[in-house]
Write a protein that binds this ligand. Structure first.
Ligand code: 0A1
Ligand code: ZN
Length: 852
């Protein structure tokens, strides 16, 4: 296939060249108007002494109406194309000025300057700034920005510190050089929750959370999360905030979670607004993590940024790693680690094992927006976790200090990052670097031998072929192992084995009995472990392992093997599994959150993948039936314990969104869903009626819906919350996720007929279509109705919002694991999308890759 067959030219990492000019300073003036905003730019350019190629003055620009351009005050006539403009320029330094017109109100793609519910907002990462004015829109061009906003709206915000304000205008100056993707502007009738933070060197920083009227009672939690993040980054990484003011803004229409613009973070309202009545414990935890993530970017992303978009994991992997550390510190470290492993396996392993697989640092792309992926973010974070495990905590801290010292103010590469570790530790990281360049999840096969005195563990690794990468070399895999003796006592504490070859053996001496291994403790590497074991051994680890991850994993494997036997061989639910579960749920020494996690069955998608890994074709309906039967069996075996367990874990104190209460509520909700199978919904209805917080209200509603009950409550919920957009998103989603397989597409389709369904709001669109894609048995129902409905809507959305459309195409990425009929139907839908005239570059690239 030619490069240009799908969605335009391919950009390669190997072609990187610095820009021919440096930008000394940027001054922007915005005269805001919904359909005719004028943007005046005044930019000082000078030749870049590091430029390697002949200097070409090309500025990126899309959907701009050029009014005029000048060089050193003299009007010029540049050559303008759909991608930008080119102009002859003087030899030395010069001042470039333009005036352009843009229409924020018509911008439904939500990139560049757009309007959302009456307010102006921007999104410039990755390449949105070129929709605001002509500019070298690339992260290695950094400059100091001064911004003047003219508008009658009361709140006018941009990056940096506010330097002037008056009737109808405000001026902002950001002293820190930054790439254009970190530019931001917000204007609107907003209210703020004010706060302040004193940095460890005694500087007082003004903090604000800005929201639309009506949302001001949902900002406290975000403000507290921000303060905790600021403190944590000082304590753990020695990083202080560097401006006089830090603003957070909530916006309703946003493609992603949030954006780290310098000094002016813009958030999807779902990632910032929370009150006990409207947000679940899961929402609170996510908000805390996203606030932290965006704040941490101030150092890992903003002060040190990426040289080019291939280096995206430099800022994202590191910042996800940092926010995971933060959450582990604020909440429960084991629960966070288990959650991360679940998420990685659910999203990243899936990506890595299919047509969309790409390295943590990709080497080519057509549309960079398609590479904000679980691989770049989550696997990128795992790679840093492994690096830390390998070099140790102290060396990690030393390397990070060196990174900040050496690279502050620069646009860097993965080579710069690894060099810092090499210099700080003296370690050669050339083999480790393969984690950045080889796609695919390594499979580690473990076998053991016991000769009566010596215990030998043999590990073999194999990295599977992925698109464009048929052959792989062995990687460096930190494999944490502990050993237990048959009485359950730990005889070998966690030991880090470093697997660097295709096959390697490790021996342990001085043991009296053949030990029981506890492998891959703490999920020490993002690999698939393949080891022959028995259910007895799994039950033993579930009862005795000291490592919470390995313990949970043992329970998981036990559940999985029981489920597979049921789905596959029609066997009765495994008695050993049910027995082990019964012991565990009643073990008061265990954290309720941990018990809730252990009770959760492997997802339908996880089971489908397990079948695919066994060389079998998964049957989505059989998987759904199997999980239902298992839930029924669990409810039956626990039936005498449920009421007591529920009472013991029902929180009666005033609501606190912390890990302790949240863990109890999540466990109580799991128990409630089992009780609902036994009591025809009485307990769930009672919880619904008494609930004073969203976790309990939604938990009860979901227990009812999962058992085909709750239509009254569903109606009452809508009446109660019709004015709350974020709560109504839950209402839309919950119906689709709990719909029976043969009804899911119809339920989703009916919801799109409602007047409050709109595809212009990504949250609402995802609430319905995302939930459909997640309802595995519904989406993959043999009728093909799920595939068709999603494709119909992706076709409608693409002209408006290519980014969200492209992202949602990934629902089809696992298509090759299914039977010929399903594959045929999916192919037809993908080809229908691909054939659309004017299809966006984003969607065209995604569909092309999935079909390849
Ligand atoms: N950098 C942000 C995420 C983000 C990425 C792309 C966006 O538009 C294409 C928007 C936000 C983060 O990591 O939080
Ligand atoms: Zn990020």
């Amino acid at each position: 296939m030619k490069d240009t067959d799908t969605g335009g030219p391919t950009i390669y990492l190997k072609d990187y060249q610095p820009f021919g000019f440096v930008v000394r300073d940027v001054s922007l003036r915005f005269v805001l108007h919904p359909t005719a905003t004028r943007v005046h730019s005044r930019i000082t350019f000078a030749p870049n002494p590091d430029a390697t190629a002949p200097r070409d003055f090309f500025l990126d620009g899309e959907d701009l109406k050029l009014i005029e351009a000048r060089i050193d005050g003299t009007p010029v006539t540049p050559e303008v194309t759909a991608e930008g403009l080119r102009c002859d320029v003087p030899e030395g330094e010069f001042v470039w000025e333009t005036e352009v017109e843009i229409a924020p109100d018509e911008n439904t793609a939500l990139e560049g300057l757009y309007m959302s519910n009456g307010m102006y907002s921007t999104q410039c990462e990755a390449q949105g700034f070129r929709k605001i004015t002509y500019y070298p829109d690339r992260p290695d061009v950094m400059s100091v920005f001064t911004v003047r906003i003219e508008s009658d709206l009361p709140v006018l915000l941009s990056n940096g510190n506010k330097v002037a304000t008056g009737e109808g205008f405000a001026e902002w100056h950001d002293p820190w050089p930054k790439p254009a993707y970190l530019f931001a502007l917000v204007a609107g009738e907003l209210l703020n929750l004010p706060g302040s933070f004193t940095t460890r060197s005694g500087k007082e920083v003004e903090l604000n959370v800005w929201v639309r009227k009506g949302d001001e009672d949902k900002c406290d939690f975000a403000m507290e999360a921000l303060k905790k993040s600021m403190k944590w980054d000082e304590d753990v990484y020695g990083r202080e905030y560097d401006l006089d003011i830090f603003n957070i803004v909530a916006v309703d229409d946003f493609n992603m979670g949030a954006m780290e613009n310098k000094g002016l973070n813009i958030f999807n309202s779902s990632a910032v607004l929370a009150s006990p009545e409207t947000a679940t414990d899961g929402n609170f935890e996510r908000i805390e993590a996203i606030i932290a993530h965006e704040y941490f970017h101030n150092w890992t992303g903003n002060r040190i940024t990426c040289r080019d978009w291939f280096q995206l994991c430099l800022k994202e992997g590191l910042t996800v790693f940092r926010d995971s550390q933060f959450t582990a510190d604020m909440r429960s470290a084991p629960v966070k680690r288990i959650g991360d492993a679940l998420d990685l396996r659910g999203r990243q392993f899936r990506e890595d094992g299919g047509p969309l697989a790409h390295p943590v640092r990709p080497e080519s792309f057509k549309e960079i927006n398609n590479f904000y992926t679980a691989t770049v973010y989550e696997k990128g974070a795992e790679v840093i976790g492994m690096l830390k495990r390998l070099v140790g905590d102290e060396a990690y801290a030393k390397a990070l200090d060196l990174y900040f010292d050496r690279h502050d103010g620069q646009a860097c590469t993965i080579e710069d990052w690894l060099k810092v570790f090499e210099d700080a530790t003296g370690r050669d990281l050339s083999q480790f670097k393969l984690w950045y360049s080889q796609a695919g999840t390594p499979k580690v096969t473990m076998s053991e031998d016991w000769d009566g005195a010596t215990y030998t563990v043999t590990l073999k690794q194999q990295v599977p072929p992925t698109p464009g990468q048929p052959e792989k070399a062995p990687q460096v895999i930190p494999f944490a192992l502990g050993l237990l003796d048959p009485s359950g006592k730990e005889v070998q504490p966690t030991t880090l084995l470093e697997l660097t070859e295709a096959e390697q053996s490790f021996t342990f001496k001085g043991l009296k009995n053949r030990p029981i291994p506890s492998p891959l403790r703490g999920f020490s590497a993002p690999v698939i472990l393949d080891r022959e074991t028995t259910n007895e051994e799994r039950a033993f680890l579930l009862a005795h392992d000291t490592d919470p991850f390995a313990r949970w994993e043992a329970g998981r494997q036990l559940a999985k093997s029981a489920l597979i036997a049921m789905i596959d061989g029609g066997q009765a639910p495994d008695a050993a599994y049910l027995d082990a579960l019964r012991q565990l749920v009643k073990d008061e020494t265990l954290d309720p959150a941990f018990r809730a996690l252990t009770m959760a069955l492997p997802s339908e998608d996880d089971l489908a993948q397990t079948f695919a890994d066994m060389g079998r074709t998964p049957d989505p309906q059989a998987i759904w039936d199997g999980r239902e039967a298992m839930r029924g069996a669990v409810a039956e075996v626990l039936k005498d314990d449920l009421t007591l367990l529920y009472a013991a874990n029902t929180v009666t104190e005033p609501f606190r969104p912390d890990a302790e209460q949240g863990g109890k509520r999540s466990f109580a909700n799991v128990i409630l869903s089992l009780m609902t199978r036994q009591d025809n919904g009485d307990a769930a209805r009672a919880q619904y009626a008494a609930a004073d917080n969203m976790t309990q209200q939604l938990g009860a509603l979901s227990a009812l819906l999962a058992n085909d009950l709750g239509s009254l409550e569903l109606g009452a919920f809508a009446d109660q919350w019709q004015g709350e957009r974020l709560v109504m998103d839950k209402w839309f989603a919950i119906q689709v996720s709990h719909a029976r397989p043969d009804q899911a597409a119809q339920v989703a389709s009916d919801l799109t007929e409602r007047p409050d369904f709109t595809m212009k709001n990504p949250n609402r669109f995802r609430a319905v279509m995302g939930a459909l894609a997640m309802n595995q048995a519904g989406f993959h129902h043999a009728s093909g109705a799920g595939y068709k409905l999603l494709a119909d809507w992706l076709i409608k959305l693409d002209p408006l919002n290519p980014q969200t459309t492209a992202r949602m195409c990934s629902a089809f990425q696992t298509w090759r694991r299914y039977d010929a009929d399903r594959q045929g139907m999916i192919r037809e839908e993908l080809e229908r999308i691909a054939a659309l005239p004017g299809l966006s570059r984003d969607t065209s690239e995604m569909v092309g890759r999935i079909l390849e």
